[in-house]
Structure formats: C-alpha cells, structure tokens
Ligand binder design. Structure first.
Ligand SMILES: [Zn+2]
Length: 283
C-alpha cells in the first residue's frame, strides 16, 4: 500500500512539473517563445513591485543581451503571428505601462545605449494633464507630454500603445470592466468613445495611431477584444503572468498576450531566474 502511494505521488509530481522546457514546437511549424517583460516606473529614489532602479534596468538589458535575447516590438510579434514577418531566435519585448516621465529620463538613454527597443502604453488623460498644466518634469510623479511621446515614437526606440484615455481607474468601473447591470450597447459605446479619444489625441498631437492595446490592471470582459478589434486593434496586452508560445501564421494568441511583471525589489539575477529567462530556449 505504501509503495502504491509513493508511485502515485511520483506520477502526480511528474504530471505537475512546469510545462516550460517541454514545450513542443512541431518541426513543420515556425515557433517562438516570446517573453514580454512589464515595467512601470524607473526611479533612483525608490524600489517596489512596480518601480525598478535605472541601474537594475540597465543590468536587466545587459543580462538579456548576454543570454542571446534580441528586443522586438509588439508590432514585430503581430507581423510574425499574421505570417508577414519574422522574429529572431530569442525575442524579448520590453514593455512599459502608464507613460511615466521617468521612462523618458532614465529608460530611454539606457535603451539607446544597449541597443534595445521598447513598447510603451500611455494613459491619455495623464499625458493631457502633463501637457496642459506644465507640471511635466518631475521623474517621481510626472507623466509624458504629447511632444515627448512624439519624440519617443519618432526615435524608433519606442512603439506606442493605447492604455485608455480615462479608464485607468478603480471607480466607477474597474479599468475597462463593465458596470453592474450595464447593457452591451452602453458598454460598447463607453469603451469605444474613451479609446478613440486617445487615438484622436495620438493623431492630432503626435501624428500616428496605434493598433496595440494594453488592458488597465489587466482587466477585460469577454466582449472587450471584439469591440477593440473592430476599432483596428490587433494586439492586446494583459497582466496574465507567463511566456507566450507563438506560431507563425497563428494570430490566436494576440488577443491575450501574457507579460511578466518586473518586480523592482528583485535583482536582475533573481528576476531572470524566477521568470526562467536565464536558460530559455526559443523552441
Ligand atoms: Zn496601467
């Protein structure tokens, strides 16, 4: 009986082993594992779950480079999934949420120095406030102005995504979540109006539109993706933790791309080890 239990336990532990590393990409398919690392603030003055120091950020990029990773845009991921583009053997996406001014002061020069690029998803109302109030140059709390967003986009170092105009809030709705008893039509109209307001700002202030959407707080409803797809969005970033396993010509994963939060209380080595990026293989 004891032996039987030991064998049963052994079988269960094998079944429960993390699937990473055993990911099978069939030889006839072109596949990639694509980690998307999510950052928020880059600050010298503090560290936290959403705040990484400039030194640690630089160390992340250098370590990733040493491990053979090449940074790509979400647009490259879109092109790969729809079959029109390719990805390097070990791609990685560096992703920033919210549009903090400290991304401009600290992350931008480091990205240029290391030769990496990044995805940046901004909150429209915060950028509008920075631009109109002139309260825009404190790395501790300011957000990017439209001119800075334009500059970052035109530099070729950043691609820009939509993180809603004014729905990055806990109340009355949680992010783009539905209100209690909200009917489908009202929900669709509210989401559409907000997201297009930021698209219009991008176009009038910075001269571009985007097809990338990052869900505030990672919150979405079952109909969110189809509403946003009708507006032209092609890739959707969640806060679901994990590494994406993508196949060329298969767009099914673009609706819910996973990201790995870069917790700033960890060192680069700890973070890369915890996220299993220190020994990742592309296939
Ligand atoms: Zn956010």
């Amino acid at each position: 009986m004891k032996k039987f239990m030991v064998i049963t336990l052994l079988i269960f532990s094998i079944l429960l082993l993390p699937t990473r590393g055993t990911y099978v990409c069939h030889a006839e398919n072109d596949c990639r594992e694509v980690p998307i690392i999510m950052y928020h603030s880059i600050l010298k003055s503090k560290k936290g779950a959403y705040t990484v120091s400039p030194d640690e950020f630089k160390s992340d990029l250098l370590e990733l480079k040493k491990l053979g990773y090449e940074s790509v845009f979400i647009q490259d991921v879109i092109n790969y999934c729809n079959g029109t583009g390719s990805l390097p053997e070990k791609p990685v996406v560096i992703s920033f949420d919210d549009g903090h001014y400290n991304n401009y002061t600290y992350a931008y020069p480091i990205l240029k120095e290391v030769g990496f690029k990044a995805n940046l998803n901004v909150i429209g109302s915060f950028c509008e406030f920075s631009t109109s109030s002139g309260n825009c140059d404190n790395p501790n709390y300011s957000y990017l102005t439209w001119d800075e967003i334009k500059e970052l986009k035109e530099s070729g170092v950043f691609e820009i995504g939509n993180h809603t105009y004014a729905m990055h809030k806990y109340k009355p709705r949680f992010g783009i979540g539905k209100l209690p008893n909200e009917d489908a039509e009202t929900y669709k109209n509210s989401l559409t109006a907000d997201v297009l307001k930021l698209e219009d700002k991008f176009y009038s202030q910075c001269g571009f539109k985007t097809n990338i959407f990052a869900y505030p707080f990672g919150k979405y409803e079952k109909e969110s993706g189809s509403i946003l797809s009708q507006l032209g969005f092609e890739a959707f970033l969640t806060c679901n933790e994990g590494i994406n396993k993508l196949t060329k010509g298969d767009t099914s994963q673009l609706g819910h791309l996973k990201r790995i939060n870069r917790n700033g209380t960890l060192t680069s080595q700890q973070f890369l080890k915890n996220s299993k990026l220190n020994n990742a293989t592309s296939k």
